[in-house]
Structures are given as structure tokens and as C-alpha cells.
Design a protein around this ligand. Structure first.
Ligand code: XMP
Length: 525
């Protein structure tokens, strides 16, 4: 295990991912974790991440006392990156000063002498690296020496090979450091002698065993399927572990996309053979939403209604089985786990503050179900990889995200007004199908149509019309936190607009949303 101690750098997750991409398992925990929490994980390498702090600020985060002594006596290599290097230097008795010049962005460094950190062919060569720091190490602790310097003469890499302590002032994990992956590879395999061998097949086997151990021989487990990748992969994995003691529910809330219910149920039943009940609760949801125009109230109503249905599902199951289900499966991912407890001062906040997001995970607190979260150590692309091994169809794994409140946040205003939902479904289907036909689906994070509760004047077939306006939204994004609008070719947009106006009764105008996030959000409500 390669353990990353997180001091709040925006790149910390990237270090974890880069190392996993080398088939080495890595985990990231708070940089202020206790010594026992660190040693319990039994890492062979510890990486101290970068961070926005200065080691001179009172209360700046640091590793626990005794950590370096423990590392040294257990032959554990320690690599400090940026702030991590400065921490290492300061805690070992060296000096860190506020730099004369702040070094940010692309920079050149030269590897000055043979070292454990770089392969021998790097010596004397220039490397482009990505720096972002204000402070710099000026006096090194005893037994350390400088291995590489920046053009300005600042220390770029240091080492004390006899103690196995190393430091890089720049970020090897970002793509702006072209040789960075090679440096990490060399460090892990040639210096630390870490063995590559972490495979998704092993993750699957370990998780299946863990699920069986947790659930035991006769307990029952429930799961709410949203139709998204995470809950589907989580349920498929649990099903493989305990078979039909898993009970899934998929709720049609009347706010699904065109043929969504049929499409996802076919995947669940035919391709994955999941034990799933489909509850048609569309009337129930739409009745509660009638006349409601406030986006937050809509979201709250939908969340609450979902809980009622899930409660009823659990109740029915209890009557059928003669005992209560004891566990609940959730498709929580690693970024959710990390981001729910960001280190102090990291500037990272939990993402759900702008809108009251909900997904099928927001379940009643009084149900007293124990959680099974088999994906909680995986990133999204790793979940897709696991899904592939579990034979989840490729097309399903690549689906764009869809919000828990569904089309309710894409019909502005009252969702029950006229045939807004029907119009939106048709428009959305034409847009998405055109994107797929043009081979653009996988280059776009998310694309959808929005129904606007305004009418405009048009002329169709020599007749004056007074019909609805729809908006098209397509964005690129890494994680949904920020997004940029997607640049379609004019010909593509022209074709889509024609298809929509010719094919969907009640629409005579199509506009495109050309705002990024921020200042907008991806969804309109
Ligand atoms: P926003 O609109 O906040 O959306 O920029 C960011 C991402 O989150 C999705 N989204 C949701 N997902 N429950 C979900 O599971 C929700 O309530 C919800 N609201 C927005 C949105 O589709 C985008 O991918």
C-alpha cells in the first residue's frame, strides 16, 4: 500500500489515481491522522501531499510526532511533494523561508547529480515541471542533499537515501510535468521496490468476500437502483456475493427520460439478472408536484416522496420474508468519502451546498439499516472498470449522469403544466440521439434539453404559432463541480433544431445554453 497524507492540495486525488494507474493500491487519508491510524494501514511508502499552507503558519497541518522515526525503523520510504517537502525539511531541523520569488506554473529544472529519485539517464538533463509554491527550503537537514534545482537556483528535489526520505518541490502527478509519471514509476518500483499487481479482478474478489463476511448466511439486503452507473455496479457486485438475498427497487417517479424505465429495467433484468421490483409511483409524485414552481421545494418534495416509497418497499419485504432486511447497499464513491471530511484550510468544501442534491441514497434515518458501500474506495473510472468485469453493458457504463430529481429540474416551473414533460422527453431524445449519431456522446460529460415555460411566436406551414421554447445544454467537465459548454459545429446545431421543430408538436424555437459553471450550474434548477 502507498499511503498519501493529504495536506489539502487540489492535486492530492491525482496522486492517488496516478499510483493506482501503475497497478499499485494507494489510499489517501488526512495529513493530520494519528500515528496509530497510519501504522494500522501498514504502508510501504508514504507520500506527503502538497497544500495551500505555509509551515510557518501557526496550526499548519503536519504528520504526528514519531511518524518519521517509525518510518525509518520500519524501512518505509517517505516522499514529500511541495508542502510535503517543506514539512519534511522543517520537522527534521532544516530551514524553510518565504521564497524571494514565488514560483508558479511551468518551470525548468536540472537534475544535478546521481540520485535514487531519477534514473541515471536523467542526470544533467533539463526537465519541464509544474511548480506552485511560495516558501522554499533553504537549509537542508543533516544527511540530505540537493538533487535538482530550478533555473532560479531554488531547490527542486532532495533526498536522504539512507533514511529513505525524499522530496520534490514540484508536482510530478500533473500532466504539466511530462516526466512526472516516469519519476513516480522510478521512485516506486526501482527505489522503493513496490510490487505492481493491484488489479480490478482482485478488488472484486476482495469486495465479494468482505460483503459475504459482513452480511453472513441469512441476512437480507436492500438497494435502491437509480439507473445510474454507481448504484447498478454496487448492486451487481452485492448480487454476485449473496445472490437473491439482495432486493432492489427502481422507482418510476414520472420524471424519467424517454423510455428510461423500459431501458434500465431491461438491463437490470435481462443483462444483469438483478432481483428488482419496479414501482410505478408517477401519479404519486406528479400529484405532489402539481402547482409547485420553486426549485428547492420541488427537490424536497421528490426526496421525501422517495423515502415514503422506499419505506413501503422495506415494509412489504419484511412481511414477505418474516424478518427485517438488515443492510442497505449504497454506491458511494471514494471522492465522496474524501470530500466529506476535507482537511482544515484546504479550501475544499463538500459539494452539495448550492442545491439540495439528493439521489436514491438519501434514505430514512430511522430505518436502522447498516450500510454496505462496496465502491467507497474507488474512483468513477475504476467503477466503470469493475462494471466491465461484472458484464454491465458498455453503453450503460458510459451513460451521462442524470440527477435524482430527474426531469423536474429540467422543466422550469410547474412540471405538471400542460404536456411539458412529454415535450421535453421527445426533444431530449432527438438531441441525445443526434449526439450519439454524430459520435460525440463520449466526449460530452452531460447533455440534455430544458423545457422553458415561455411561448414565442413562430410560423410553421404558413400558420402563425405561439409555442414553447426549449434549450439545449451540453457540457464538458471532470467531476461536475465546474463545467464548460460544449462547442457543437453549426451544421450539427442546425440539424438538431430542424429535427426538433419538425418532430415535436408544441415547440417552435430552440436555443443553446452557452454558459459555463460557474456562474451557472449544469442543471437549470
Ligand atoms: P449542478 O446543477 O449542481 O449539477 O451543476 C452538478 C451535477 O450533479 C447532478 N445533479 C444531481 N445528481 N441528485 C443527483 O444525484 C441531484 O439532486 C442532483 N442535482 C444535480 C447534475 O446532473 C450534474 O451532473
Amino acid at each position: 500500500l502507498v499511503l498519501i497524507l493529504d495536506y489539502g492540495s487540489q492535486y492530492t486525488h491525482l496522486i492517488t489515481r496516478r499510483i493506482r494507474s501503475l497497478s499499485v493500491f494507494s489510499l489517501c487519508i488526512s495529513g493530520t491522522a494519528s500515528l496509530s491510524a497510519i501504522t494500522a494501514l501498514n504502508p510501504s511508502v508514504v507520500i506527503l501531499s502538497g497544500g495551500p499552507h505555509s509551515v510557518h503558519t501557526p496550526d499548519s497541518p503536519s504528520f504526528p510526532d514519531g511518524f518519521l522515526a517509525w518510518a525509518q525503523s520500519n524501512n518505509v520510504s517517505v516522499l514529500g511533494i511541495c508542502y510535503g517537502l517543506q514539512l519534511l525539511v522543517q520537522r527534521l531541523g532544516g530551514e524553510v523561508h518565504v521564497g524571494h520569488k514565488q514560483e508558479y506554473g511551468r518551470m525548468e529544472i536540472v537534475v544535478e547529480k546521481p540520485s535514487a529519485l531519477y534514473s541515471s539517464d536523467q542526470i544533467g538533463k533539463r526537465q519541464v515541471v509544474w511548480m506552485s509554491h511560495g516558501d522554499e527550503a533553504v537549509t537542508l537537514p543533516s544527511d540530505f542533499h540537493v538533487v535538482a534545482r530550478s533555473d532560479q537556483g531554488a531547490i527542486a528535489a532532495i533526498e536522504n537515501p539512507s533514511s529513505k526520505f525524499y522530496g520534490l518541490q514540484y508536482h510530478p502527478e500533473v500532466t504539466h510535468t511530462p516526466e512526472g509519471m516516469e519519476t513516480l514509476r522510478h521512485f516506486l518500483f526501482d527505489v522503493c521496490r513496490v510490487e505492481a499487481g493491484w488489479k480490478m479482478e482482485d478488488v472484486m474478489e476482495e469486495e465479494i468476500k468482505a460483503i459475504r463476511d459482513t452480511v453472513g448466511g441469512d441476512e437480507h439486503v436492500i438497494c435502491a437502483l437509480s439507473g445510474g452507473v454507481d448504484s447498478t455496479v454496487a448492486a451487481t457486485l452485492v448480487h454476485k456475493a449473496i445472490g437473491d438475498r439482495l432486493h432492489c427497487v427502481f422507482v418510476d417517479n414520472g420524471l424519467l427520460r424517454y423510455k428510461e424505465r423500459e431501458r434500465v429495467m431491461e438491463t437490470f433484468e435481462k443483462d444483469l439478472r438483478l432481483p428488482v421490483v419496479c414501482v410505478d409511483a408517477s401519479n404519486q409524485f406528479l400529484t405532489k408536484l402539481k402547482g409547485v414552481t420553486d426549485p428547492e421545494i420541488k427537490r424536497k418534495i421528490i426526496g421525501k416522496e422517495f423515502i415514503c416509497i422506499f419505506d413501503a418497499f422495506a415494509q412489504e419485504l419484511e412481511e414477505k420474508l418474516g424478518k427485517k432486511p438488515s443492510f442497505l447497499v449504497q454506491g458511494t464513491l471514494y471522492p465522496d468519502v474524501i470530500e466529506s471530511c476535507p482537511p482544515p484550510g484546504s479550501g475544499r468544501t463538500h459539494s452539495h451546498t448550492i442545491k439540495s442534491h439528493h439521489n436514491v441514497g438519501g434514505l430514512p434515518k430511522d430505518m436502522k439499516l447498516k450500510l454496505i458501500e462496496p465502491l467507497k474506495l474507488l474512483f468513477k473510472d475504476e467503477v466503470r472498470q469493475l462494471g466491465r468485469i461484472l458484464d454491465v453493458p458498455e453503453g450503460f457504463l458510459k451513460r451521462h449522469p442524470f440527477p435524482g430529481p430527474g426531469l423536474a429540474v429540467r422543466v422550469l416551473g410547474d412540471v405538471t403544466e400542460g404536456n411539458a414533460l412529454d415535450i421535453l422527453r421527445q426533444v431530449d431524445e432527438i438531441f441525445i440521439q443526434s449526439i450519439k449519431d454524430a459520435g460525440l456522446y463520449d466526449s460530452i460529460w452531460q447533455a440534455f434539453a430544458v423545457f422553458l415555460p415561455v411561448r414565442s411566436v413562430g410560423v410553421q406551414g404558413d400558420q402563425r404559432t405561439h409555442s414553447h421554447v426549449v434549450a439545449l445544454r451540453a457540457v464538458t467537465s471532470q467531476d461536475g463541480m465546474t463545467a464548460d459548454w460544449y462547442y457543437f459545429e453549426h451544421k450539427f446545431l442546425d440539424d438538431v433544431a430542424r429535427k426538433i421543430c419538425n418532430g415535436v408538436r408544441g415547440v417552435n424555437r430552440v436555443v443553446q445554453d452557452i454558459t459555463s459553471k460557474p456562474p451557472s450550474t449544469i442543471e437549470w434548477e
